[in-house]
Design a protein around this ligand. Structure first.
Ligand code: NAP
Length: 304
């Protein structure tokens, strides 16, 4: 059973919460990953009240629980944003024990250490089976794969603490440090390797969002001491083919036909067809609304 959620106390963007003593250090795990790195880069603008400690595997392996505990005692962070995870669905399926240890056990350890401070956990639209679409925070979950199962188990542990925050997000875009982590980087590479034509699903829907916007939303929610469960995704529901059609004009080196296909003809494991989100809950908390992908592309020349 989930703990009762507290409403967000009101606070201005960048304002230090009365619970945080300056300089307030925030741990960001998975800081080399896509969203973690955007959180690190955007902190000076959106969260000047925090000193960021960007944690990567070079600091410690999160599976070394003794090292995690020691670092927490030594550094006494005043908030944790937990981005590290096994994030590739196929990787989780191939190594379920590792996926459970990283995605569930590590999250439980960090949430336990953070019992008295704000804690943000990232979850996924893949906690849903995709049969309904336009999912709100109160809709029933039913993950189709182990990745979603691990995220759901971790969510439930985190939400047992009424001051902790779970952010479910959809596919995130941007420029990752590895060049391989964002949906646009993966799509661009697949298109470059595909030759003259490529088939993309017209019946699989997501709400893509730039990771920069995800980071802004998280900083704002944290700054306002929001707790509980929030859906943070793009304001536009797009099929895989529509996403490619929106991005293709940004990549003049790629000339190709995008053919229409159906995910129902895909020979692999079952796919969550429509995991689009109702984001009205988070939109009410933000200083500016989360954009849809086309709206965002129209207003920026940033690399994507
Ligand atoms: N990006 C999306 O589209 C998306 C969508 C829905 C939900 N999410 C969720 O959002 C969060 C952030 O996603 P992301 O895309 O930014 O992830 P990402 O780019 O895959 O980065 C994950 C990071 O976790 C680190 N990590 C994994 N195991 C570790 C361990 N044992 N010790 C220390 N570090 C470890 C990885 O380090 P190494 O690089 O050293 O392996 C990596 O830098 C995740 O919880 C993910 O499930 C993301």
């Amino acid at each position: 059973m989930l703990a009762k959620q507290l409403p967000c106390p009101r606070a201005k963007l960048g304002q230090i919460s009365p619970d945080l003593k300056p300089p307030a250090t925030v741990w960001i795990t998975g800081a080399n990953g896509l969203i973690g790195n955007y959180l690190v880069q955007t902190a000076p603008r959106f969260a000047p009240q925090f000193t960021v400690r960007a944690l990567t595997r070079a600091d410690f392996d999160l599976l070394d629980f003794a090292a995690v505990r020691q670092a927490f005692q030594r550094e006494s962070p005043q908030a944790i944003i937990h981005c590290a995870a096994i994030t590739v669905v196929a990787d989780a399926e191939q190594n379920p024990a590792l996926a459970r240890r990283v995605n569930v056990a590590t999250t439980q350890l960090l949430a336990e250490l953070a019992a008295e401070i704000p804690f943000v956990f990232f979850s996924t639209d893949l906690v849903f089976d995709g049969r309904k679409g336009n999912y709100s925070e109160t809709d029933a979950v039913n993950p189709l794969h182990l990745y979603g199962e691990t995220k759901l188990a971790a969510e439930q542990s985190v939400l047992a603490n009424p001051r902790h925050l779970v952010v479910r997000t959809s596919i995130n875009g941007g420029v990752s440090r590895s060049g391989t982590r964002s949906f646009n980087e993966q799509l661009r590479r697949a298109m470059q390797q595909a030759g003259p034509g490529m088939t993309l699903f017209t019946d699989e829907f997501r709400c893509p969002l730039p990771a920069a916007e995800t980071a802004r939303a998280v900083w704002e929610l944290l700054g306002k001491q929001c707790a509980g469960l929030y859906h943070v995704a793009g304001a536009e529901r797009l099929s895989r083919r529509q996403i490619a059609q929106a991005l293709l004009p940004r990549w003049p080196e790629i000339q190709m036909e995008i053919q229409a296909g159906s995910a129902k003809d895909f020979p692999g494991p079952p796919r969550a067809l429509d995991t689009s989100f109702d984001i009205s809950k988070v939109q009410k908390e933000l200083s500016a609304p989360l954009p849809g992908l086309n709206e965002w592309l129209a207003r920026t020349t940033a690399d994507f």
